[in-house]
Design a protein around this ligand. Structure first.
Ligand code: NAD
Length: 437
C-alpha cells in the first residue's frame, strides 16, 4: 500500500483546482513551491544530562498578501514535505478567509537519521509526550533562536498546532523578545492572556468548526431538535476535537465515539465529552480517552466507519483514503484536521453523496482568531469574548455561504469551491504585485 504523502495530495489538489481558474503561468508555477524553507539543527540537553539532536523546519509558502501565518507542530512524523504541504494549505486557508496573510508552518521532530534502532524506540517514548516541561522549553528556545531571523509580526507569525499550545507560544514570545531586546507580543498568536493572547483563541478552532457543522446541518435540513438525535464521532481529542465534541454535545447532538493516538471509545447511548476530557486530564501528560470506563474500546480505523450523521477527523492528515472511504457512513464530514482526506478518497466521498466541509473552511476558526489576536496586539487593545466570538461566527457563516453559492452555481464539490475562492484571492494578490510578469 502506497504511504500517504500530504505534499503529493496537496499539489494534486492545487493542479485540479487551478484548472477552474484563469491563472498566469508564472504565478501557477511559483505557487507550486514554497517561497522559503529553513531547516535547523537543534542540539538539546535532556534532563539526564545527555544531548539529543532534533530538527526544526519553518516553511513560508507565500507572503504576497502579508506575513506568513501558521502553526508549529511537535510530532515524531514531522518531515520537510509535510511542513511545506501544511504551509501551502495555510496560504489557501488565509485566502479563503480573507485574511491579510500568506501561509507558513513549522515543525520539530527528532533527528531520526542519527539514531540506531534501539535509540529510535526510546525516542518514540520521549518525544513529544514524554518530555519534561524543561526539556520542551529548551527545544522551543533552541528552535526560536535558530529561526528568529525569518519570523516576526510583519514577516511570519507562528501559532499552536499538534502538541503545542499557549505555553509554548508564551515561551516563543519570550525568546523572540529577548533576542530583539524589547517585548514583541505580535510575533506569535495563541499566547496566554497575560502576554497579549486573545480571549476565545484557545477554543477558536473548535468553535469555528462547530459553527460550520451547524451551518452544514441547516443547509442539509437536519435539525438538532428532531425526534431522533443527530449523532457525531470525533477522531482526535485534543485542542480542536475536545472542544468540538463538547459544543456539539451541549447543542443536543449525541457524541457516540471519540479517540486519540492510543485508541477510541464507543457508546451508542452517547458520551459526555466533558467527563471524557476530565478523565484524560486526570491521567496527566500522555493521558488518553481510550480507557474511559463508560464505553466500548474501538480502534481509530473503526471509529471512521461507524454509523453516524457527522464525522469529525480532528487528528492528523491522511486518515480517509481509498482504503476506507467506501465504508464511511457519515452524512457530513467536517475536517477539523488539516488534509485528512486523500484525493482518491475525496472522489469516492463525492460519488457517495457525503457532504464534506473541507479543512480550509472547517478548521479556519483558529487562524481567524489568531488574526484578531494579532490585530489586538497591534492596537495594544483587547476585545471582549463576545466580540471575538461574534466576529468569528459572522466570518465563518459568511464564507460558508460564499462556498455553498459557488458550489451550487458551478456544480462542483464543496472542496473545489473553497479552494477556488482561496487560491483566486492569492493569485489576485500576486497579479497586483506584478508577479505574473
Ligand atoms: P492536539 O495536539 O491538541 O490534539 C491532537 C489529537 O489527535 C490528540 O488527542 C492526539 O492524541 C490525537 N492523535 C494524534 N495522532 C493520532 C492518530 N494517529 N490517530 C488518532 N488520534 C491521534 O492538536 P490540535 O491542535 O487539536 O490539532 C488537531 C488537528 O487540527 C491537526 O490536524 C491540526 O493541524 C488541525 N488544526 C489545529 C488548529 C489549532 O488551532 N490548534 C487550527 C487548525 C487546524
Amino acid at each position: 500500500m502506497k504511504k500517504f504523502n500530504l505534499l503529493y495530495s496537496t499539489l494534486k489538489l492545487y493542479e485540479a483546482v487551478t484548472k477552474h481558474i484563469d491563472i498566469p503561468p508564472r504565478i501557477y508555477q511559483s505557487l507550486k513551491k514554497p517561497e522559503r524553507v529553513l531547516k535547523v539543527r537543534l542540539p538539546v540537553r535532556m534532563d539526564d544530562g545527555s544531548y539529543k539532536i532534533f530538527y526544526g523546519w519553518r516553511s513560508q509558502h507565500c507572503t504576497w498578501p502579508g506575513p506568513a501565518k501558521g502553526g508549529i507542530r511537535y510530532h515524531n512524523d514531522v518531515t520537510e514535505d509535510e511542513v511545506i504541504a501544511l504551509s501551502m494549505l495555510m496560504t489557501w486557508k488565509c485566502g479563503l478567509m480573507r485574511l491579510p496573510y500568506g501561509g507558513g508552518k513549522g515543525g520539530v521532530a527528532p533527528a531520526w537519521d542519527l539514531l540506531n534502532h534501539e535509540e529510535k524506540q526510546k525516542m518514540r517514548e520521549i518525544f513529544p509526550l514524554g518530555l519534561s516541561k524543561a526539556e520542551k522549553k529548551r527545544i522551543t528556545d533552541e528552535y526560536i533562536e535558530k529561526i528568529h531571523p525569518i519570523i516576526g509580526p510583519e514577516k511570519d507569525v507562528p501559532a499552536p498546532d499538534v502538541n503545542t499550545g499557549a505555553e509554548e507560544m508564551g515561551w516563543i514570545m519570550n525568546k523572540f523578545s529577548s533576542i530583539m531586546g524589547y517585548t514583541v507580543p505580535g510575533v506569535v498568536t495563541g499566547k496566554p492572556l497575560s502576554l497579549g493572547g486573545s480571549l476565545g483563541r484557545n477554543k477558536a478552532t473548535g468553535f469555528g468548526c462547530f459553527i460550520t457543522i451547524l451551518n452544514a446541518l441547516r443547509f442539509n435540513d437536519m435539525t438538532t431538535d428532531s425526534h431522533k438525535k443527530i449523532t457525531a464521532t470525533v477522531q482526535g481529542f485534543g485542542n480542536a476535537g475536545s472542544v468540538i465534541a463538547s459544543l456539539l454535545n451541549k447543542k443536543g447532538i449525541k457524541i457516540i465515539a471519540v479517540s486519540d493516538s492510543k485508541g477510541g471509545i464507543f457508546n451508542k447511548k452517547g458520551l459526555n465529552p466533558d467527563l471524557v476530557l476530565q478523565h484524560k486530564l486526570t491521567q496527566g501528560l500522555g493521558g488518553t480517552v481510550s480507557n474511559f470506563p463508560d464505553g466500548e474500546k474501538i480502534t481509530n480505523e473503526q471509529l471512521l466507519t461507524l454509523k453516524t450523521d457527522i464525522l469529525v477527523p480532528a487528528a492528523l492528515e491522511g486518515v480517509i483514503t481509498s482504503r476506507n472511504a467506501n465504508k464511511i457512513k457519515a452524512k457530513i464530514i467536517a475536517e477539523a484536521a488539516n488534509g485528512p482526506t486523500s484525493p482518491e478518497a475525496d472522489a469516492i466521498l463525492q460519488d457517495n453523496g457525503v457532504f464534506v466541509m473541507p479543512d480550509i473552511l472547517a478548521n479556519a476558526g483558529g487562524v481567524v482568531v489568531s488574526y484578531f489576536e494579532w490585530v489586538q496586539n497591534h492596537e495594544r487593545y483587547s476585545w471582549d469574548l463576545n466580540k471575538v466570538n461574534e466576529e468569528l461566527e459572522k466570518r465563518m457563516t459568511y464564507i460558508f455561504n460564499e462556498v455553498m453559492e459557488l458550489t451550487r452555481k458551478v456544480k462542483i464539490s464543496t472542496r473545489t469551491a473553497a479552494y477556488i475562492i482561496g487560491i483566486k484571492r492569492i493569485v489576485q494578490a500576486g497579479i497586483d504585485r506584478g508577479k505574473a510578469l
